[in-house]
Ligand binder design. Structure first.
Ligand SMILES: Nc1ncnc2c1ncn2[C@@H]1O[C@H](COP(=O)(O)OP(=O)(O)O)[C@@H](O)[C@H]1O
Ligand SMILES: [Mg+2]
Length: 465
């Protein structure tokens, strides 16, 4: 039955950029657009159209604001049909369905795979995808579409460093990667003159004719140029102008195994307020990668986290023990001896050394950036969040505090630049007797975070499509 002939379906008229993805026949759509560009409204129109064809639609977004916006659109659109009793609506569960059938629109808050488990759909929409844990798609999203050969839509805004604070993504660039893959597939299909399975769409906030200049000015008021380019112009920035590091550097130097390390230490940069506490584990050891053996740095783990002092102190001490580090370094200036005292309440036996920041962050970071440039620092496996911070931080112009970078700079300065070279107070184990276990040993090491174990090959082996 074509309900629309009998009842008024109240949908907004899509703007041209929305129309482009509404018309697309691709089974997988990736929409990258600026804040308030009309992403949620656009996919709500898509959801209603699919639902009216008898489909089961599942919309997932990490925040309740998005759910509310989506829900408002679909309930308004279908109000007449709901009132007539053709469809039933459950406000608390956010479900509209045709009783006794699978035809439904469901809206769900979801940050990760677990929150989506146990459902299936003909159309799955993942809104604010950049904030979600990417395994949501691989572990649950893709499988749930299998039975009915369903469609999927990924919607995102490139995450700026400030929006990353609320993200559950493991790799902050995961949405950008899926966009790139979609674009590549789309271009390949065009070259072969076939229907693309994936399509990528991009538009800026300014291309939404329904948002006023004032509203746009309001949301972009406190943004840096960088955030503006990401959140309004929806650009995926891989290389930020002025940043001290680049992705290419990390990828070129990346290793999956490391030599026997002569020193291992933990760098800590506690945040003043609610921010993140940087906790980075690194070591040095003889590296043959340049033909001769020279001492290189190996960044082993980024265990930075947000939380109260007892939380970061416990994490730091755990990092110190599990990596068998011989010292913890933290800045002295920050609250005097507060850091040391906090760490010692967790474990009084730690070897701790404070370092003082006589120079600014930028000046401190430069010698470390130079070591990377010379290929003398290797990242062991993937350190996505740290790397993302490193490529986004613009010394001198970034207003945010790069806590992961600070922790990294502390530890590498002490280990590598010789300004405060130190002798280990003790060695917990004789490295000759018991070689340090690599993260990439076959035996899973329970000390490492779960995703680290799963992704030890660096790039995931499973295909996305
Ligand atoms: N096709 C449209 N017709 C009228 N208003 C629209 C349309 N698309 C978006 N809007 C309005 O623009 C604003 C931003 O849209 P929204 O979908 O929430 O953007 P986003 O999800 O990209 O942040 C909302 O106030 C919404 O009602
Ligand atoms: Mg939205």
């Amino acid at each position: 039955m074509n309900y629309a002939n009998w009842f008024r379906v109240r949908l907004k008229t899509p703007h041209p950029r929305q129309r482009a993805f509404l018309r697309s026949k691709a089974k997988r759509k990736v929409i990258r657009a600026g804040r308030r560009g009309g992403k949620t409204t656009g996919v709500a129109i898509l959801a209603v159209q699919a639902f009216l064809q008898g489909w089961r639609v599942l919309y997932a977004a990490p925040t309740s604001e998005q759910i509310a916006q989506f829900w408002k659109e679909v309930t308004t659109a279908l109000a007449a049909l709901i009132d007539a009793g053709i469809f039933s609506k459950n406000e608390t569960e956010h479900v509209i369905e045709r009783p006794g059938t699978d035809q439904a629109i469901k809206a769900k808050t979801a940050w990760n795979a677990d929150t989506l488990r146990g459902d299936y759909a003909d159309l799955l929409i993942l809104d604010e995808w950049q904030l979600m844990d990417e395994t949501t798609w691989e572990d649950v999203g893709a499988p749930m579409l299998l039975d009915n050969n369903g469609d999927a839509v990924f919607v995102y805004t490139p995450p700026s460093v400030r929006s990353q604070a609320q993200s559950r993504a493991r790799d902050p660039r995961h949405a950008a990667k899926i966009f790139k893959q979609a674009l590549a597939e789309q271009e390949a299909a065009a070259a072969e003159r076939r229907q693309p399975r994936w399509e990528a769409f991009h538009f800026t906030s300014k291309e939404n004719p329904y948002i006023s200049r004032e509203a746009l000015r309001e949301i972009s008021r406190d943004m840096t140029t960088l955030s503006y380019r990401q959140e309004i112009l929806a650009e995926d920035l891989e290389e930020v102008p002025g940043a001290l590091w680049s992705i290419t550097q990390f990828d070129t130097g990346r290793v999956h195994q490391f030599p026997r390390l002569t020193r291992v230490a933990v760098g800590v940069d506690p945040s003043g307020g609610v921010g993140e506490c940087g906790i980075v584990v690194a070591g040095i050891g003889p590296c043959p990668c340049k033909g001769t053996s020279e001492t290189h740095g190996f960044v082993l783990q980024d265990r930075s986290l947000k939380g109260a002092p007892d939380k970061w102190a416990r994490e730091t001490v755990a990092a110190y023990h599990t990596s068998r580090a011989d010292r913890i370094f933290a800045e002295k200036n920050f609250g005097g001896d507060m850091v040391e005292a906090t760490l010692r309440t967790v474990d009084p036996s730690i070897a701790f050394q404070s370092v003082s920041a006589s120079r600014g962050k930028d000046v401190r970071a430069e010698p470390i950036a130079a070591l990377y440039e010379q290929g003398k620092v290797h990242h062991v496996g993937r350190l996505d969040a740290l790397e993302n911070e490193m490529i986004s931080w613009q010394p001198g112009s970034s207003s945010w505090s790069p806590n992961r970078i600070d922790a990294l700079v502390w530890v590498l300065t002490e280990l590598m630049t010789g300004q405060a070279s130190y002798k280990p107070i003790f060695m917990a184990v004789d490295p000759e007797q018991e070689p340090r276990r690599s993260v990439f040993d076959d035996r899973p090491n329970e000390d490492w975070p779960k995703h680290f174990r799963l992704r030890r090959d660096g790039i995931r082996g499973r295909k996305l499509w």
